[in-house]
Design a protein around this ligand. Sequence first.
Ligand code: F6P
Length: 352
Amino acid sequence: MKIGICTGGGDCPGLNAVIRAVARHAILNHGMDVYGIEQSINGLLCDPPAAKKLSLMDVAGIIDKGGTILGTSNKGSPFKDPQKGAEAKAKAFKNWKDLGLDCLIVVGGDGTQRMALQLHDAGMPIIGIPKTIDNDYLPTDISIGFMTAVDVAADAIGRLHSTAEAHSRVMVAEVMGRDAGFIALHAGIAAAANVILIPEIPFNFDAIIRAMDDRRNRGRNFSVIVVAEGAREEDQEPMFRSSATGSIHLGGIAGEVASKLHQKTGIDTRVTVLGHIQRGGAPVTLDRILATAFGVHAVDLAAKKSYGRVVGYLGGKITDMGYKEFENGTRSLSLTDPYLHAAESIGICLGR
Ligand code: F6P
């Protein structure tokens, strides 16, 4: 068999670990040829296709490397426009056939998997592997990259405590996560944040100020607030800002929280926006392990010609689900999430 693999969407730590696992298991145990498709599915739209045969040496020494040796793209779907999309699909099919591939393993979040499903529906055998630091792709409890993002964010937020205490300030740290609060909640708990604001619970300044006052009454004249980029005040919309290149992204809410808290209480506030640091560098060990298990499972599915399925981690098991068995989209934190309950139970204010 000949299988292809590509990585799509925003990069995250663990992508190289999954490429390595797919290549090693496919070559060593199944005698397959493995082709790396570059820059996400876009590699199949180039003339000639941007693809290279991967050897064991190509994937040696990369389990702990950030980024992706195949490159990636999160610039939207080439299949969006009906006419150009049909041409793009035809090109992808031609290149896929010319390369002689039996199937394509697509590592990506909801956006990339939606494109993959379109190719699958048009007849290209696809197997999906979920990755996203946001942890918001539906068919899995944990996605590749999430645990590293939490670790990086928790380390950074933890460092804010001592400087906040030294200056009796409120430190507001903004973390990524799009419309879900997984990174904010998990990193906030691990870093002993005093307040965690997530998109799923629109916040109220009175609740935050009450929490800060309670701390002051206990002699703690400083606070650390973690806010997810998609969080919003009650009756307000999420905030967006434009990047240096003009693209629009969620962000800016930490500045808003810091300045409103200063206006309302007079306390000195500072803002830290963690940004892409959460996506860069070496994956933590748990991401390397998850990526390895996901990659191996995907190759086993390919060997059985069990296509149209997405690998996942559910109920403590590595498993897989048909694209058609779930809505191929995002999820957010459930309000009955046990970690939300844990956070609030130990006195972390969730802004309500
Ligand atoms: O989906 C991953 C993510 O890092 C989000 O948390 C964030 O909103 C977005 O990507 C940033 O995208 P870009 O790489 O285009 O700046």
